[in-house]
Design a protein around this ligand. Structure first.
Ligand SMILES: [Zn+2]
Ligand SMILES: [Zn+2]
Ligand SMILES: [Zn+2]
Length: 354
């Protein structure tokens, strides 16, 4: 490992890195999400929406790269779209059921009187003389037309034909039907404005997104290399077994002699909630948690968590090197005193203090 990839501590870091993206979402990047972005970054590909069984919207190529524990693929893509990592090109819209959330609702016209969808566009005939109007079939006799209302024999000139909807449930005749979307799953119908509208996009990675993916991959690689140098057996983009749950992790490291274990999470600006969840995961898999922030900035809440003994927080510099300093919100840089903690997180106890 070259010198500039080594783990550093101390020194002024404030302002060393310019945050490039709107922090619309600041949860950790999951191994599956990084896999997905790497795939786009390395190739010329794009993720195209497809309509799946039951009208659901799938991105099969992206979905294949995510893990079961990741959020829904559409949500993941939207999140990275919102922060400029992905560029979404509008394709179309889909509507989801407000009752059961099923996607791919179907358009139908409906009767304004009884709400039945069984309202059929029909040629309606009006007898000008008496004003009666009815479907053409009601006028038809074997030898011509008879008004069903006044029972007069009528000629073609006495009749006016118009297109109308006729409800087969309640016999209502109307010119303009109601617009409804019906759910194929729960069979409820809703006015379109009451359903959940979602725009579909075709996603490509942006130039900023390529940098984003590269920076996060580099941070992970450096964490793995650093642990490997400290005699850990290291697996990258792997899974660890918890109590009945398999967790995808960026890095899992195990000291073959002493059994010490480490797990690594990567985040731009980790939220307190995501850090606490990762700490719980680490506890469950009996490993020490290391959180690498690629912006070098964390909230007060995260800093407090990191200052507890059971979590290590590191900053990844743009060149990929790791640093035990990080910025806290608008405040002053913190973490100078973390050198010992960094050392103990990356080392096995036998090397501590050397
Ligand atoms: Zn009706
Ligand atoms: Zn008539
Ligand atoms: Zn439904």
């Amino acid at each position: 490992m070259s010198a500039n990839r080594s783990v550093r501590a101390g020194g002024q870091i404030r302002g060393f890195y310019t945050y490039r993206y709107e922090a619309t979402d600041t949860t950790m990047v999951s191994p599956g999400e990084l896999r997905m972005l790497t795939e786009l970054s390395d190739g010329e590909g794009e993720f195209t929406p497809e309509t799946g069984p039951g009208g659901s919207i799938d991105y099969p190529t992206a979905e294949r790269l995510l893990d079961d524990r990741d959020p829904a693929v559409v949500d993941v893509l939207e999140r990275f779209g919102a922060r400029g990592v992905l560029d979404g090109e509008f394709v179309s819209k889909v509507y989801s059921c407000p009752e059961c959330s099923a996607q791919g609702m179907q358009y139908t016209t409906a009767c304004p009187a009884c709400e039945s969808a069984h309202a059929i566009e029909t040629t309606v005939v009006e007898h000008r003389a008496c004003g009666a109007s009815a479907p053409e079939s009601h006028f038809e006799r074997e030898d011509g037309h008879v008004c069903p209302e006044c029972e007069t024999r009528v000629r073609e000139d006495d009749l006016e034909r118009t297109e109308r909807y006729v409800c087969k449930e309640c016999n209502e005749v109307f010119e303009t039907p109601e617009h409804r979307l019906w759910c194929r799953d729960c069979l409820y119908m809703f006015p379109p404005e009451e359903t959940i509208e979602r725009a579909l996009y075709r996603y490509r990675i942006t130039d900023d997104g390529r940098e984003w993916a590269e920076r996060h991959r580099l941070a992970r690689e450096t964490a793995a290399d650093t642990l490997e140098e400290r005699r850990f057996e290291v697996s990258v983009d792997t899974t660890v077994e918890g109590e009945g749950t398999t967790y995808p992790v960026h890095v899992f490291a195990k000291d073959p002699l002493l059994g010490e274990r480490r797990v690594v999470a990567i985040a731009e600006r980790p939220t307190g909630e995501s850090v606490a969840a990762f700490r719980d995961l680490a506890r469950e898999v009996d490993a020490h948690p290391i959180v690498v922030t690629t912006t070098g900035a964390v909230s007060e809440e995260v800093a407090t968590l990191a200052e507890s003994a059971d979590l290590t927080l590191l900053s990844a510099r743009p060149d990929g090197s790791l640093d035990s300093q990080y910025d806290v919100a608008e405040g002053t840089p913190r973490g100078q005193s973390l050198f010992q903690r960094l050392t103990s997180a990356m080392d096995v106890p036998a090397w501590k203090g050397q």
